[in-house]
Design a protein around this ligand. Sequence first.
Ligand SMILES: [Fe+2]
Length: 227
Amino acid sequence: MSQQQKSLSAAPESAARTVAPEPLPIWFFVGIILGVYGVLVVIAGLVSGDPDTVLGHTRPALWWGAVLVAVGYLFVAISRPGPDKAEYKGPGRRVQTRPPSFPVATADTPLAVEPDKVWQVLCGDTAHWRAGVYSPELTSADDIEELERHDCPELFLLMDGEVTLLVAEGEKTRQIELEPGKPVLVAAPHSGFCPKGPHTGRAFVVERDSFDTLYQKVSEWTARSKA
Ligand SMILES: [Fe+2]
Protein backbone atom coordinates (compact mmCIF):
# COMPACT_ATOMS: atom_id res chain seq x y z
CA MET A 1 0.00 0.00 0.00
CA SER A 2 1.41 3.39 -0.93
CA GLN A 3 1.96 6.26 1.48
CA GLN A 4 -1.02 8.06 -0.04
CA GLN A 5 -3.28 5.05 0.33
CA LYS A 6 -2.26 4.74 3.95
CA SER A 7 -3.18 8.34 4.62
CA LEU A 8 -6.48 7.94 2.77
CA SER A 9 -7.54 4.89 4.74
CA ALA A 10 -6.58 6.60 7.99
CA ALA A 11 -8.81 9.62 7.28
CA PRO A 12 -12.20 9.81 8.99
CA GLU A 13 -15.10 8.76 6.77
CA SER A 14 -16.80 12.12 7.07
CA ALA A 15 -13.74 14.18 6.20
CA ALA A 16 -13.06 15.47 2.71
CA ARG A 17 -10.16 13.40 1.49
CA THR A 18 -7.54 14.58 -0.88
CA VAL A 19 -4.90 12.98 -3.05
CA ALA A 20 -1.87 15.24 -3.04
CA PRO A 21 1.48 15.19 -4.82
CA GLU A 22 4.42 13.73 -2.91
CA PRO A 23 5.85 16.29 -0.42
CA LEU A 24 9.49 17.36 -0.55
CA PRO A 25 11.82 14.67 0.90
CA ILE A 26 13.32 15.31 4.33
CA TRP A 27 16.82 15.23 2.80
CA PHE A 28 16.00 18.45 0.95
CA PHE A 29 15.49 20.23 4.27
CA VAL A 30 18.52 18.49 5.81
CA GLY A 31 20.59 19.95 2.97
CA ILE A 32 19.25 23.44 3.59
CA ILE A 33 20.03 23.18 7.32
CA LEU A 34 23.55 21.91 6.66
CA GLY A 35 24.11 24.77 4.21
CA VAL A 36 22.90 27.38 6.69
CA TYR A 37 25.09 25.92 9.45
CA GLY A 38 28.04 25.91 7.06
CA VAL A 39 27.56 29.57 6.23
CA LEU A 40 27.29 30.44 9.94
CA VAL A 41 30.46 28.48 10.75
CA VAL A 42 32.36 30.24 7.94
CA ILE A 43 31.16 33.65 9.13
CA ALA A 44 32.15 32.78 12.72
CA GLY A 45 35.58 31.71 11.49
CA LEU A 46 36.08 34.97 9.61
CA VAL A 47 34.94 37.11 12.51
CA SER A 48 36.85 35.32 15.27
CA GLY A 49 40.12 34.95 13.37
CA ASP A 50 42.69 32.25 14.19
CA PRO A 51 41.70 30.25 17.32
CA ASP A 52 44.36 29.82 19.97
CA THR A 53 44.50 26.04 19.57
CA VAL A 54 46.72 23.40 17.97
CA LEU A 55 46.51 23.85 14.20
CA GLY A 56 44.35 26.92 14.81
CA HIS A 57 46.33 28.72 12.14
CA THR A 58 44.82 26.41 9.50
CA ARG A 59 41.47 28.16 10.05
CA PRO A 60 39.42 24.97 10.67
CA ALA A 61 36.15 26.94 10.87
CA LEU A 62 36.54 28.04 7.27
CA TRP A 63 37.29 24.56 5.99
CA TRP A 64 34.58 22.78 7.96
CA GLY A 65 32.07 25.50 7.14
CA ALA A 66 32.85 25.06 3.46
CA VAL A 67 32.47 21.28 3.82
CA LEU A 68 29.05 21.76 5.43
CA VAL A 69 27.97 24.09 2.63
CA ALA A 70 29.14 21.61 -0.02
CA VAL A 71 27.39 18.66 1.63
CA GLY A 72 24.24 20.73 2.07
CA TYR A 73 24.28 21.69 -1.58
CA LEU A 74 24.72 18.03 -2.51
CA PHE A 75 21.69 17.00 -0.45
CA VAL A 76 19.52 19.73 -1.96
CA ALA A 77 20.66 19.02 -5.53
CA ILE A 78 19.97 15.29 -5.25
CA SER A 79 16.65 15.42 -3.42
CA ARG A 80 14.94 18.46 -4.88
CA PRO A 81 12.09 17.64 -7.29
CA GLY A 82 12.75 18.39 -10.91
CA PRO A 83 10.78 21.13 -12.59
CA ASP A 84 7.64 19.97 -14.38
CA LYS A 85 8.90 21.16 -17.72
CA ALA A 86 12.62 21.80 -17.63
CA GLU A 87 14.28 21.73 -20.99
CA TYR A 88 17.70 20.25 -21.51
CA LYS A 89 20.05 20.13 -24.47
CA GLY A 90 19.70 17.65 -27.29
CA PRO A 91 18.13 17.20 -30.71
CA GLY A 92 14.60 18.52 -30.94
CA ARG A 93 12.91 20.01 -27.92
CA ARG A 94 13.16 17.81 -24.88
CA VAL A 95 10.95 18.25 -21.86
CA GLN A 96 11.02 16.45 -18.55
CA THR A 97 7.91 15.83 -16.47
CA ARG A 98 8.74 15.05 -12.86
CA PRO A 99 6.78 14.84 -9.59
CA PRO A 100 4.92 16.72 -8.35
CA SER A 101 3.25 16.59 -11.77
CA PHE A 102 -0.41 16.77 -10.77
CA PRO A 103 -2.54 19.02 -8.56
CA VAL A 104 -4.06 18.17 -5.22
CA ALA A 105 -7.38 16.46 -5.89
CA THR A 106 -10.31 15.82 -3.59
CA ALA A 107 -11.11 12.11 -3.53
CA ASP A 108 -14.55 10.54 -3.71
CA THR A 109 -16.09 13.48 -5.51
CA PRO A 110 -16.27 14.59 -9.17
CA LEU A 111 -13.26 16.58 -10.33
CA ALA A 112 -13.72 19.92 -12.08
CA VAL A 113 -12.84 19.93 -15.77
CA GLU A 114 -12.11 23.38 -17.14
CA PRO A 115 -13.62 24.26 -20.52
CA ASP A 116 -11.57 25.16 -23.60
CA LYS A 117 -8.30 23.96 -22.18
CA VAL A 118 -5.97 21.94 -24.38
CA TRP A 119 -4.52 19.89 -21.52
CA GLN A 120 -5.59 19.73 -17.91
CA VAL A 121 -3.96 17.36 -15.44
CA LEU A 122 -6.64 16.20 -13.01
CA CYS A 123 -5.00 13.91 -10.49
CA GLY A 124 -2.51 11.12 -10.03
CA ASP A 125 -0.64 8.74 -7.78
CA THR A 126 2.95 9.77 -7.15
CA ALA A 127 5.55 7.49 -8.72
CA HIS A 128 2.81 5.71 -10.64
CA TRP A 129 0.33 7.53 -12.89
CA ARG A 130 -1.46 10.77 -13.58
CA ALA A 131 -4.62 11.46 -15.57
CA GLY A 132 -5.97 14.44 -17.42
CA VAL A 133 -8.29 15.73 -20.12
CA TYR A 134 -7.03 16.53 -23.61
CA SER A 135 -9.09 18.85 -25.83
CA PRO A 136 -7.13 20.03 -28.88
CA GLU A 137 -7.54 23.53 -30.22
CA LEU A 138 -6.31 22.60 -33.69
CA THR A 139 -8.93 21.46 -36.19
CA SER A 140 -7.02 19.52 -38.85
CA ALA A 141 -3.90 17.44 -39.34
CA ASP A 142 -2.48 20.19 -41.55
CA ASP A 143 -2.47 22.54 -38.55
CA ILE A 144 -0.17 20.23 -36.57
CA GLU A 145 3.46 21.28 -36.76
CA GLU A 146 4.98 19.19 -33.97
CA LEU A 147 4.53 15.67 -32.68
CA GLU A 148 5.54 14.55 -29.21
CA ARG A 149 6.92 11.19 -28.16
CA HIS A 150 7.16 10.12 -24.55
CA ASP A 151 9.41 7.44 -23.11
CA CYS A 152 6.27 5.67 -21.87
CA PRO A 153 2.95 4.76 -23.53
CA GLU A 154 -0.09 6.99 -23.06
CA LEU A 155 -3.73 5.87 -22.98
CA PHE A 156 -6.47 7.91 -24.71
CA LEU A 157 -10.21 7.38 -24.24
CA LEU A 158 -12.76 9.64 -25.94
CA MET A 159 -15.06 11.33 -23.42
CA ASP A 160 -17.25 13.32 -25.80
CA GLY A 161 -17.23 15.08 -29.18
CA GLU A 162 -14.63 14.13 -31.75
CA VAL A 163 -10.87 13.91 -31.32
CA THR A 164 -8.49 12.58 -33.95
CA LEU A 165 -4.89 11.67 -33.20
CA LEU A 166 -2.09 12.08 -35.72
CA VAL A 167 0.75 9.59 -35.25
CA ALA A 168 4.03 9.14 -37.10
CA GLU A 169 4.65 5.63 -38.33
CA GLY A 170 7.89 5.23 -40.21
CA GLU A 171 8.00 7.60 -43.13
CA LYS A 172 4.27 8.33 -42.97
CA THR A 173 1.65 9.68 -40.63
CA ARG A 174 -1.66 8.05 -39.74
CA GLN A 175 -4.84 9.46 -38.28
CA ILE A 176 -6.66 7.64 -35.47
CA GLU A 177 -10.25 8.75 -34.92
CA LEU A 178 -10.97 8.10 -31.26
CA GLU A 179 -14.23 6.28 -30.58
CA PRO A 180 -16.19 6.37 -27.33
CA GLY A 181 -15.61 3.30 -25.21
CA LYS A 182 -12.55 2.24 -27.23
CA PRO A 183 -9.31 3.30 -25.51
CA VAL A 184 -6.17 3.63 -27.61
CA LEU A 185 -2.68 3.09 -26.23
CA VAL A 186 -0.26 5.42 -28.02
CA ALA A 187 3.50 4.92 -28.09
CA ALA A 188 4.35 6.63 -31.41
CA PRO A 189 5.03 10.34 -31.88
CA HIS A 190 1.61 11.96 -31.74
CA SER A 191 -0.61 15.01 -31.48
CA GLY A 192 -4.32 15.59 -32.00
CA PHE A 193 -7.04 17.81 -33.38
CA CYS A 194 -10.79 18.35 -33.12
CA PRO A 195 -12.27 18.13 -36.66
CA LYS A 196 -15.52 19.84 -35.63
CA GLY A 197 -13.81 22.94 -34.22
CA PRO A 198 -11.52 24.02 -31.39
CA HIS A 199 -12.13 22.11 -28.13
CA THR A 200 -15.23 20.35 -29.52
CA GLY A 201 -13.94 16.97 -28.36
CA ARG A 202 -12.34 15.70 -25.17
CA ALA A 203 -10.26 12.64 -24.44
CA PHE A 204 -9.35 11.20 -21.07
CA VAL A 205 -5.61 10.52 -20.87
CA VAL A 206 -3.58 8.34 -18.51
CA GLU A 207 0.21 8.50 -18.40
CA ARG A 208 3.07 8.16 -15.94
CA ASP A 209 3.74 10.97 -13.46
CA SER A 210 7.42 11.00 -14.47
CA PHE A 211 8.57 10.81 -18.06
CA ASP A 212 10.55 12.52 -20.81
CA THR A 213 9.09 13.97 -24.00
CA LEU A 214 10.76 14.76 -27.29
CA TYR A 215 9.05 17.30 -29.55
CA GLN A 216 9.96 17.47 -33.21
CA LYS A 217 8.36 18.73 -36.39
CA VAL A 218 6.18 16.22 -38.22
CA SER A 219 8.58 16.19 -41.15
CA GLU A 220 11.51 15.50 -38.82
CA TRP A 221 9.82 12.42 -37.37
CA THR A 222 9.03 10.97 -40.81
CA ALA A 223 12.46 11.93 -42.18
CA ARG A 224 14.08 9.98 -39.35
CA SER A 225 12.87 6.72 -40.85
CA LYS A 226 14.22 7.58 -44.29
CA ALA A 227 17.71 8.15 -42.91
FE1 LIG B 1 1.27 12.88 -25.34
